[in-house]
Design a protein around this ligand. Structure first.
Ligand code: PLP
Length: 485
């Protein structure tokens, strides 16, 4: 193997604390008590929880060692497609921790929360400007939650006109959460195939759009990392039949300052602050999925909404056509603070630059790896590029084998087997925060792996060999999880 980033050594097999515990071992010593036991103590003398007896050093080393097994954006490149695992400036974490923000209690009256509410009002305006939309709610706690909010808004819009359409058009390149959110709202998703170019054609939408269709949900850029360039014409067809256009903008990292969604015909759009706007994505939250709408949908936004009266800000529930409340209090506040700080420190010029670099990096990888891997859609991509394992299939080497081997080279694997429209997909999203040198290391690693696939395929089939854990039987792991070691 060539010089690589992956190394092992001094990694200790970690037993469970239950296996390590020894009766009578203790992590502290207290002087013997000099008062009589209180009656409460009697309740504690019975069967206690089954905690192991351990020394302080046992506990400190155990958890410190486990923490070194983690891999994240702070330790290395994490090119997970459709996820925007970019490095986020630590200063934004610090600002969100300022006592005025972190100590703000959501039950304080509006008059005592003016700074916090004003910050949210300005963030709403900033997001409206970045997307080209008119009004914003910050309430949804995740991308999929934003989708549900958007679907409820579209539903309320039709109901206000006395209509009750039952279907939603969803292309095969939409994110998997899209049909789920539509179905949760009671709509029947109507799938549409993308063209040979990997994007939605006007004709395909024309064929399925009718008066019983509430609208369309388009992921843009789509899950192939391609820009849906027919979106304006598609929106016109949908609007002519009374429908609304929902755009899944979770991957705004590719488009900040470059695309005006409002003028593209989009009526509703959600963003993922925990992808694009300085909150790390992954680990289960907290997230934030603001929903942006054009002005005709504003009355349906969830309550409470931020309003300004005589220079004072308040949270108002006085919107009779609103879809109601989506979240306890107002949403993931600390995530909003980070987004606000990120947007204000970057400014319009550098937000645009971040997107341009994200697109440049993905296209650089696409061009450098396209002879190595099969590239099903050979056209300029946005923030991510999608390859397949077609070139390696004759040697019976799969995407899974190759990305398992990538871990031996010190990289987190990219997204695999997604999107479903590409067989054996390898979906790479470098983000703007990777340098050319780091991207070259990834490219070199993939090229070395493909070379190994030809010369020594057994290495790949057994990969990873240098990681803490070897290849897992993922089916058994999912069906019979063993949680006790
Ligand atoms: C990540 C993502 C989502 C879902 O966002 P969550 O916050 O995980 O619910 C939806 N659509 C697209 C295109 C995404 O990339």
């Amino acid at each position: 193997m060539n010089e690589s980033q992956g190394k092992t050594g001094l990694i200790i097999e970690e037993p469970l604390l239950w296996e390590k515990g020894k009766k009578g071992r203790c992590g502290f010593s207290l002087p013997s008590r000099d008062v009589d036991p209180s009656p409460m103590d009697e309740t504690l003398t019975g069967e206690g929880p089954d905690f192991p007896d351990l020394s302080e050093v046992d506990v400190v080393r155990h958890y410190t060692r486990l923490s070194t097994w983690n891999f994240g954006v702070d330790t290395g490149m994490y090119p997970l497609g459709s996820c925007t695992m970019k490095y986020n400036p630590k200063i934004n974490e610090k600002l969100a921790m300022l006592p005025g923000f972190s100590g703000a209690h959501p039950l304080l009256p509006d008059a005592l929360s003016q700074g916090a509410i004003k910050m949210m009002a300005q963030l709403e305006q900033d997001l409206a400007e970045i997307t080209g939309m008119d009004s914003v709610t910050l309430q949804p706690a995740a991308g999929a939650h934003g989708e549900l909010a958007g679907m409820l808004i579209i539903h309320a819009f039709h109901r206000a006109k006395g209509a009750a359409p039952s279907k939603i058009i969803i292309p095969d390149t939409a994110h998997g959460t899209n049909p789920a959110s539509a179905a949760l709202c009671g709509y029947r998703p109507v799938p549409v195939k993308s063209s040979e170019e990997g994007i939605l054609s006007v004709k395909a939408v024309q064929e399925v759009m009718d008066e019983d269709t509430a609208g369309i949900m388009i992921t843009n850029p789509n899950t192939l990392g391609l820009f849906e360039e027919n979106i304006k014409d598609i929106a016109e067809i949908v609007h002519t039949k009374g429908g609304q256009v929902y755009c899944d903008g979770a991957n705004m990292n590719a488009m900040m300052g470059m695309v005006d969604m409002g003028r593209s015909g989009v009526d509703v759009l959600h963003l993922n602050l925990h992808k694009t706007f300085s909150t790390p994505h992954g680990g289960g939250g907290p997230g934030s999925g603001p929903v942006c709408v054009r002005s005709h949908l504003e009355p349906f936004l969830p309550v409470p909404r931020i309003i300004e009266k005589n220079g004072a800000f308040e949270l108002s529930g006085d919107f009779p056509e609103s879809i109601g409340r989506l979240h306890a209090f107002y949403g993931s506040f600390a995530v909003m603070v980070k987004a606000y700080c990120y947007i204000r420190t970057m400014g319009p010029e550098y937000l645009k630059k971040a997107s341009q670099l994200a697109v440049l990096n993905a296209n650089y990888i696409k061009e450098r790896l396209k002879g190595t891997f099969h590239l099903p859609y050979d056209r300029p991509c946005m923030h991510e590029c999608v390859f397949s394992d077609k070139n390696q299939r004759a040697g019976k080497i799969t995407t899974l084998d190759m990305v398992k081997r990538l871990m031996d080279y010190g990289f987190h694997p990219p997204t695999i087997y997604f999107p479903l429209v590409v067989n054996g997909a390898i979906m790479i999203e470098p983000t703007e925060t990777e340098s050319r040198e780091d991207i070259d290391l990834l490219v070199d690693a993939f090229r070395a792996i493909v070379e190994e696939a030809r010369k020594n395929p057994e290495i790949l089939r057994e990969a990873p060999s240098r990681c803490k854990v070897r290849r897992l039987d993922e089916t058994t792991a999912a069906r019979h999880p063993c949680l006790t070691g």
